[in-house]
Design a protein around this ligand. Sequence first.
Ligand code: NDP
Length: 450
Amino acid sequence: MSLPTPAVHLKSVAEVVERRSVGEPEFMQAVTEVLESLEPVLAEHPEFIEAGILDRLVEPERQIVFRVPWTDDSNRVQVNRGMRVQFNSALGPFKGGLRFHPSVNLSVIKFLGFEQIFKNALTSQRIGAGKGGSDFDPRGRSDAEVMRFCQSFMTELVHHIGDDVDIPAGDIGVGAREIGYLFGQYRRITKRYEAGVLTGKGVGWGGAEVRTEATGYGAVFFAEEMLVRGGEGIEGRRAVVSGSGNVATYAIEKIQQLGGKALTASDSSGYVIDEAGIDLDLLKQVKGVERGRISEYAARRPGARFVSEGSVWDVPAELAFPCATQNELGEHHARRLIENGVRAVAEGANMPTTPGAVELFQDAGVLFAPGKAANAGGVATSALEMSQNAARSRWDRDKSESRLHEIMRDVHESAYAASERYGRPGDYVLGANSAAFVTVAQAMLEQGVI
Ligand code: NDP
């Protein structure tokens, strides 16, 4: 029997995913974006069609959904849903974050797990892909409530993870505090100090230097690489950043270190604009230490303004870093940024730019870095944390940051090289998807039909 053409094959894979993914729009969006890139790759590699690589790649190896009961401070029983999607382990044990946010559902976790396959492959570290989380909302909860929730969550998750099996990390709503509580419960249940079972740990007990900063720093390093190719840079440039969590905070820090000016930060209540440049100490105090709302930043900072309507994308700037959440930058935002002369957009968050907005940027000649390449620094540094845990060693800050920088240069280089190879130099969506796909597909091919 003759093989279907790449176009016919891609269409049939998309149809199967659509049939199986009723009520999963985010997952469908992530899969569609990848499939749309792969025609030239499949034309070069018909063996991937023959081996049914894509048919297998779009289906998670395993999905675990579980009940998380816990007691709040008023002694009332609360029940959340927990989940872990173990998407692909062709390159190594499953690896990816946990998200605690009320918007979490299977569609969101599957989209994140699917993206993770490509991101992890781009880092050249030996890690497969997974993602998990819960619809638990840590905002407004006491430390004691967060601890009881994390302990209950881990009491089930413990059966499914391990340092050679699946290694979760943080994501939205899961930072150092949550990783600490999760690790404590893992250690208590298993009676083992398996430091490599979770990443993003405190640096005093197994965490890697620069892991906290890695995603935000990495996104700025990637943007710098794109700009430098065209003889430009970050220095002296105005930048708009969305979000005010882990990724946004350290993107702002690195923009400032490289001589750029980060003007904005946001949360789900609105944004602040600070023409003097964001005061990082104040931002870290308000959002990181006090876990307050972003309006409090403007209240304490002379000259800064809080805006509850509109978005950071209304503020004129040459660089844009969406670092909050999926689909936060739509077509009307992209038009506004282009009118205001944006030169480069690098996604710190996962899939923050809608497909229509990506197209507008690319058509306008704006450099665009998809999250699976631009925010790969976080998971890459997690893999370095795993290596240090396995060797019972600890790198210093300089070594950790220079290794991160090197990895981001390599991620940029391989995405750019693939964009050239498949006919659209500088199309980093095509480049990231195709370079990562070839790596994973080759491993799957060599490991047989599993
Ligand atoms: P945090 O929880 O530290 O911060 C999230 C930020 O985004 C907060 O400012 C939050 O505002 C805002 N936000 C979250 N959900 C929404 C929403 N539905 N609408 C509006 N604003 C929202 O998360 P991270 O910084 O870790 O993650 C941000 C993004 O980066 C996510 O897309 C994540 O998947 C991605 N990412 C993170 C990595 C990491 O290492 N942490 C690695 C790679 C990607 P509020 O306080 O109001 O909720």
